[in-house]
Design a protein around this ligand. Structure first.
Ligand code: SF4
Length: 279
């Protein structure tokens, strides 16, 4: 069986900056942050309310001054705020209906490759204040993947890129290389987020399957998913961040297989060497 080769990988623990504040204690549930989608929707609703509340407070405080400049101005701003809050609530409802109803109700530019990416990040910010960051991010990424997978995108083998972090366990790494070899897709290890983005810029894939912890994945999706279709596989961190990470290899294979399955009338357009080294 063909097995992709890896020329270089760093195995030492070197914390990604996302984990700078880690205190060295074991992570909860052995670094498995799985969470139901409902957790994300609850925090997203809280985020919308918090943002609306903050703007309302500001308007309340400066409204009289604004009224001095132009009398109808405060009223216009209050109506605008109420309208935007209503639209955001409606947007959240459409996302929830899409997820639970089993059908994406909006095009990708209005969902997982559009405003949803911003919503994920603002929601993560609020979740940090409650010590729920990793779980909320996990739920957000799961929802993102569900929407993205439903698009049924197909690409040629040379047009798909698998991006993995430096922290995979040997078993996970062997598994990824085997899958990549089987489907003849190039694999890159990106030691830092900028490198991942550089690889994408230089290789110009048409789709990416990326592996990372929730924290790194959020940044990667925010920066890349708007420009390029990405599926994001999160990891379990049984020995703490940035070392010996485990992944669901079955899920990775399903995604790779689904993306490179030959599309009718769409031959593979770029031939790639299956195994690619890394920085
Ligand atoms: S993907 Fe791995 S190396 Fe990168 S920040 Fe997350 S745990 Fe650390």
């Amino acid at each position: 069986m063909t097995r992709a080769q890896l020329i270089h990988i760093e195995v030492d623990r070197r914390l990604g900056h996302e984990w700078d504040e880690w205190d060295g204690r074991p992570l909860p549930r052995a670094g498995d942050f799985s969470a139901a989608p409902g957790l994300f929707f609850r925090f997203a609703a809280l985020t919308v309310l918090a943002a609306a509340g903050a703007v309302a407070l500001l308007l309340y405080l400066i409204g009289p001054r604004l009224g001095g400049l132009w009398t109808p101005l405060p009223r216009i701003l209050w109506i605008t705020l109420a309208t935007l809050t209503g639209l955001l609530a409606l947007y959240l409802s459409v996302l929830a209906a899409s997820l639970y109803g089993g059908k994406n109700l909006l095009p990708e530019r209005l969902m997982e490759r559009g405003p949803y990416l911003q919503l994920m990040n603002y929601t993560s910010f609020i979740a940090r204040g409650f010590g729920k960051r990793d779980w909320v991010e996990h739920a957000a990424i799961d929802i993102y993947n569900t929407f993205a997978e439903r698009r049924g995108r197909k690409v040629g083998k040379g047009e798909l890129l698998v991006l993995i972090p430096r922290c995979l366990s040997k078993q996970a790494l062997d598994g990824v290389l085997e899958i990549a070899g089987r489907y003849e897709v190039p694999v890159f290890v990106a030691t830092r987020g900028q490198l991942a983005r550089r690889v994408i810029r230089e290789r110009r894939p048409r789709a990416v399957v990326a592996v990372a912890c929730e924290r790194d994945m959020m940044t990667g999706l925010r920066d890349v998913a708007g420009k390029l279709p990405v599926l994001g596989l999160t990891m379990q961190l049984p020995n703490g961040p940035c070392r010996d990470a485990a992944i669901d290899l079955g899920q990775m294979e399903r995604w790779v297989q689904g993306l490179v399955a030959e599309a009718p009338g769409r031959p593979h357009t770029r031939q790639e060497t299956p195994a690619i080294p890394l920085q």
